[in-house]
Design a protein around this ligand. Sequence first.
Ligand code: MIC
Ligand code: SF4
Length: 640
Amino acid sequence: MKMSLAQKIIYKHLAEPTDLKPGTPIRLKIDQTLTQDATGTMTYLQFERMGVDWVRTKAYSYVDHNTLQSGFMNADDHKYLQTVANRYGVNFSKAGNGICHQLHLERFAIPGETLLGSDSHTPTCGAMGMIAIGSGGLDVAAAMAGIPYSIKMPEIVGVRLTGKLKHGVTAKDIIFKVLEEKTVKGGVGKIFEYSGPGIKELSVTERSTITNMGAELGATTSLFPSDENTLEFLEKQGRAGDYLALAPDEGAVYDEYMEINLDLLEPLLAAPHSPDNIHPVKDYASTKVDQVCIGSCTNSSFTDLSNVAAILRGKTVHPDVSLTISFGSKQVLKMLAESGALSDLIASGARLLESTCGPCIGMGQSPASGAVSLRTFNRNFKGRSGTMDARVFLVSPETAAVSALTGYITDATGTPYEKTGLPDSFLIDDSMVILPDLDPEKPIVKGPNIKSVPLGKALSEIKGQVMIKVGDNITTDHIAPAGSMVLPFRSNIEKISEFCFEPLDEHFPARCKEYGGGIIIAGSNYGQGSSREHAALAPLHLGIRAVIAKTYARIHQQNLINAGIIPFVFEDESAYDSIDLLDELEIQDVVNLSPGLSFTVKNLTKGTEFTASHSLDEDQVATIKAGGLLNKIAAEASDL
Ligand code: MIC
Ligand code: SF4
């Protein structure tokens, strides 16, 4: 059989021989794991409960999200992360070293390996020819304990790029084009594999903008072959020894095909409030801009920010615009300083932020009321910036820089600047990555904000009221919002659950407490966006036993299962319309849960009934029956 590159890497990592037919449950051996601070605390708290003495993967823990320390909480989290990493053999990247995905690509990604990360943008490293997948923290903890990662074999979409990008058109516009065609739910259960003559024009960092934002398609991951561009990047990072040439078989057959002619591409943007609301930049030429934020794991590489500096050189930011720049890593920042580009950024009037996620996760820089904010990030969900009525547009760094000068949304096609290529070599300094010494005498430090992990209960009858009814494309930012007020409680589920569903219905937590929990009703693509398992653990804490939705985003569905909450789907979607808030539902005989079995749901309030089905395989059913993955792993360990 002629294989795609994705199939080849997956095949090599199968824990046991399995058919690679799309939809078949497979178990993947994981080579590398990645965590960040906002999901990492929960990951390591869960890992500690697994009773393993040492991580079984090449493991990396980054601090990049919660770096605004307006109380003791975030700093306590960092201390816990550093001490637990040291005990169990995890490489620890200190705050200020950079954003996990940018850093991992620079220093640790290896072609042909598998990477599981507790952040939805883990597929960024697919730019290096890896199978890099985002998941909830518990799945990463299990992988660190040596348990293969279970997933249904995705379909493989072959995306062929031809032609060459015009001046002012960028890799960001390529992924915008894919998003325009496929939408935020078009990638669920799929891997996007890029090929064709057009990929030769794209450096590894440009490729990483595309694989990064493949997460917004809902895709399992995206990847590029490992070719001479990969070798060039690795050589310049002093890592030529990590190179391995990888390509799909000649004549490989894909489940779906897509072709983009780069010659025809124009600068695009994602208008409020969804990454798939794609339009030509020129359609918004009369829109005045209040804020421009450049950075994030999508667009903060040395080449991205050098291009920005080239556009800003010798000019000043428009008087009505606030421009912020956050750097992808210490390496990027140091190299911009040495090339002189940093001076150009400073001289232009840009506000320089540290090398972290920053405004992308609402850690500062919330726009003014009703403001227009242009961001080079990957998500513009309503309210994610911290300002509910702000209008956030996603753009390329080049469009962002030109707009910061003109004060209006403007593309870079008419602005002369010289595009920066990869430098002759990257500056290498890994001194902010602390290697573990495994000293068992050194304590694991847990400050007062670090609470224990909530556990689900073994499956029993489900009868309860509808605690909230939501529409389509609900994001985990709606379910478990982020931002500087909430993120400090990522290791405190009881406290974070007070913010559950706040952007949609601030009474949700109180209602759950009054009724002792119940059931969530949702539309399609429920739980898109972030990998945060808090969007499952907070509802679990509030007594949610099941969700009935039209469809789910992949990572959130698995997070619900891991928490012991059943993700049902409507067999006939029209039943969704007949359910109202506080209706009392009874799921008949749910204790008999098994693969392929549907259930009658009685609406006791309305006197009606409908059918709920599910896509759980045997393993997932066992997880639900045990009351979540932690309980299942503990039970299996005691059976040994
Ligand atoms: C995000 O971009 O939403 C985050 C913050 O990086 C999340 C992880 C988290 O919620 O901590 C993600 O993408 O998974
Ligand atoms: Fe950080 Fe934003 Fe990237 Fe998430 S999307 S990892 S918050 S920079």
